[in-house]
Every structure is written in structure tokens, then in C-alpha cells.
Design a binder for this molecule. Structure first.
Ligand code: ZN
Length: 409
């Protein structure tokens, strides 16, 4: 859904973008942006990709005069060429403002003591957590990553109440605290966990070992950094700030915009960014826009917890399937564990998908197979073969994509 206010912000952005940004002058060459009069018109504009952004290295994305740029951040690329994002003073202030909202969404206040363990430097993590917390009025303990001894000492002596970390670092700290037997000296109440996808099991381990409530934070360097979406107490997706970003969900294969509730790739347009505005930027993150209102009463819409990257998506019998959907589906069938493996073959001119799942209810395995099969058909819409195996038979992996074996090509 595009609100009237968002459409006005987008029109405003489009009215000057070709003049201000060499990048968009080139991208929208031959397109008359003043003819964009509706959401449908907007949806015809070409997407922006990380590859395009890389080609603009180093400062081709800059859309303001040099004197207005106060900082840059950069995403490290696996291909070697980084993407450089320039920020104006207003961009820096806006980012702090939305980050403050994230903390507030988690019930964090100016009485909290926030230990920041994500890294500082070119990438956007640490400093975003810090400026948002300072704007909130909380006390920041700017640790950065590593040095576990010091982390635990500060956490204990300064009585940190909030831990900001990646899921893997939070787990490492949790295990170390348990190993050292210092849990009773830790005052943590909340964990704000960002930047990676993580499983339900890991979540439970961190929450239990640290004795905290966990919140998910989402973001990417190209669009401010972490802080553009945050989960609330109800743990049903993440609220995103629709006065700062416009979100669309598209079919990653066709580029078609999908209706609310359907999973696909998240595409973001910045509504206020000055230094490097982005229009229809493909994140390659898979999620969906959750319909309806959140029980917490927040007026901000929600995206679902990320279910993967577009690279993990598979297409079987013409239907897009994401690993996260399979996780969710198996959780809903009683007596079935969360471990699974998928084999896809092409036999006799058609796709055949076999879903192996683990169960300890061995005597009713046939009944469980039927239930998984029916549930899959009802939820995802295709017929599969379901096969029960005993607990521990399937290989363990934190990375969901390695559970899917596509033998068709
Ligand atoms: Zn909520």
C-alpha cells in the first residue's frame, strides 16, 4: 500500500533526482519522471541493484554538493568493489531518530545502559547503535566487537541492561558467561540482535543463557544502516518506518509487485535521504508485508522476520519456495522436528520434490507423512512426497540453504 503522504514524498524525490544525481540521470535516461502520477506509474520505474551502485564507485551516488556531505559509510562487497554511501548532516540525524524509535519499540529507555558490540568504522553498525542510544538519552558503552574478557567485565561492573550484537557474538558471550559462572552478576534485560539471519534454536539458546528478551533489528548500509525496522514485544515481524522508507515486495524472478501478505523480495525507496537517495532498491532479502495491525498498537506497518535471500529461492512446478517457509510449515505439524532436507528431481518430464523430516514418534510416521504432505499442499500449493526419518539422521547445519538439493540441472 502506498499512502497519500508517501506518494507526495516520492513525487518530490522524483522531481529533482535527475538534476541532483548523476547516477539516476543515467538510470532514468529517456524517462519523463513528471509523468509518474500514480503508484502504478511508479511501479514501472526500473529497479536499482547493488551491481549498479558498485559501478558508481567511489562517489557516483552523491546527490548533494560536496560541502553538504559530512560522512560516508561503505558496504564491503564480496566482489571487492565496495559501495560508498554519502550522508548529509540531516541523513545522520534522521538515522539517529529512526534508531531511537527502534529502541523505544523494544521498551528501552533513557535509564538503560546499552552495550554496543557491533563494529565501528566504515560499515554502519556500531555508530548507528550509538547515536540512536544517545538521542534516546541512554548510557552507551561503546565496546565494538571482540575482547570477551573486557566485554564481560564492563557488562558486570557497569551493569549493562541492553546488549546490541550479532546473533553469533551474542551466542559466544552467552556461552562464555555460562562457562565462567558469572550469570548472577549480569544485569542484562534485553538483547537487540541484528545483521544476520538466525534460527529459532539459536534464538532460544541466547535468550535462555543470557536470561533476556530478544529483539530483531533490520537494515542495510545502502539505506542508512541497521535501524529501519525493529520487532516489538509481540515478536510478530518487524515494524518499519514508513515515513522514511517505502517498501514493496516483488517476485524476484519476474519483478512483478506482489500483494500484501505474499512472500518475495523486499524493495526499498528512501523517502528522505539526501546524500544518496535510492529508488526501488532491490535488497535480495526475502520477507513479506504483514497485513493488519500489530497487537502492540504501533501505527507502523510490519515486514515479517526475514525468511532468506533471493539466492536461496527455488522454483518447483512453477511455484517459488523459500527455505523459511518450510521451517514455518514444519513447526505447525505436531510431532515433527525442525530439521529437514529437500531433494528435487526431474523425472518423467516433471518436478518431484521430496521433503525428509525428523520425528521421534516413529510408530505414527505414516500418519505424520500424510499430514506434512497435506499441510504443504494447503500452504504452498504443490504436491510433494514426505518422508519421515528418526531424530539425528539428517545432517545439522545453521545455513538453511544447504538443506536443499536441487538435482534437476
Ligand atoms: Zn508491534
Amino acid at each position: 500500500m502506498m499512502t497519500e503522504a508517501q506518494f507526495l514524498q516520492i513525487q518530490n524525490l522524483l522531481s529533482t533526482i535527475q538534476e541532483k544525481s548523476a547516477f539516476y540521470r543515467k538510470k532514468f535516461e529517456g524517462i519523463d519522471l513528471s509523468s509518474v502520477k500514480s503508484r502504478e506509474d511508479f511501479e514501472k520505474l526500473p529497479f536499482s541493484n547493488k551491481g549498479d551502485l558498485r559501478e558508481a564507485y567511489p562517489l557516483g551516488l552523491q546527490a548533494v554538493p560536496d560541502r553538504e556531505v559530512v560522512r560516508i559509510h561503505s558496504s564491503s562487497g564480496t566482489t571487492g568493489v565496495p559501495v560508498i554511501i554519502p550522508y548529509t548532516r540531516q541523513d545522520v540525524a534522521d538515522w539517529a531518530e529512526i534508531f531511537k524509535r527502534c529502541y523505544e519499540t523494544a521498551g528501552i529507555t533513557d535509564l538503560d545502559r546499552i552495550q554496543v558490540t557491533p563494529g565501528y568504522g566504515l560499515w554502519t553498525a556500531g555508530i548507528g547503535f550509538q547515536t540512536g542510544a544517545e538521542l534516546l538519552g541512554a548510557m552507551v558503552i561503546p565496546m565494538g566487537p571482540g575482547n570477551t574478557d573486557k566485554q564481560i567485565q564492563m557488562m558486570t561492573d557497569l551493569r549493562s541492561t541492553v546488549l546490541c550484537a550479532t546473533s553469533s557474538y551474542a551466542l559466544l558471550l552467552a556461552e562464555e558467561i555460562t562457562r565462567r559462572g558469572v550469570k548472577d552478576q549480569i544485569c542484562l534485560k534485553k538483547g537487540v540482535i541484528g545483521s544476520e539471519r538466525w534460527g529459532e534454536k539459536m534464538r532460544r539458546r541466547i535468550a535462555n543463557e543470557l536470561g533476556v528478551k530478544l529483539y530483531d533489528i533490520y537494515g542495510l548500509t545502502e539505506i542508512y544502516g541497521p535501524g529501519i525496522a525493529m520487532s516489538c514485544d509481540y515478536e510478530c515481524g518487524m515494524h518499519y518506518w514508513d515515513d522514511y522508507i517505502y517498501c514493496e515486495i516483488i517476485d524476484p524472478k519476474t519483478g512483478e509487485v506482489l500483494p500484501e501478505g505474499q512472500p518475495g523480495e523486499l524493495v526499498i525507496t528512501t523517502l528522505r535521504k539526501q546524500g544518496a537517495p535510492l529508488i526501488r532498491y532491490r535488497t535480495h532479502d526475502l520477507t513479506r508485508i504483514l497485513p493488519g495491525e500489530c497487537p502492540c498498537g504501533s501505527p507502523y506497518p510490519r515486514i515479517d522476520t526475514l525468511i532468506g535471500r533471493t539466492d536461496d529461492m527455488i522454483k518447483v512446478k512453477g511455484v517459488n519456495i523459500f527455505p523459511g517457509q518450510i521451517d514455518e510449515l514444519l513447526r505447525e505439524v505436531e510431532g515433527v522436528s525442525s530439521e529437514y532436507q529437500v531433494m528435487i528431481d526431474h523425472l518423467g518430464g516433471r518436478d518431484i520434490m521430496t521433503l525428509f523430516f525428523e520425528t521421534d514418534a516413529w510408530s505414527c510416521r505414516e500418519e505424520l507423512e500424510t499430514r506434512v504432505k497435506l499441510h504443504f499442499k494447503a500452504k504452498i500449493g504443490i504436491a510433494i512426497a514426505a518422508k519421515a526419518v528418526s531424530i539425528g539422521e539428517l545432517p545439522r547445519s545453521e545455513k538453511k540453504s544447504t538443506r536443499i538439493f536441487d538435482n534437476r540441472y
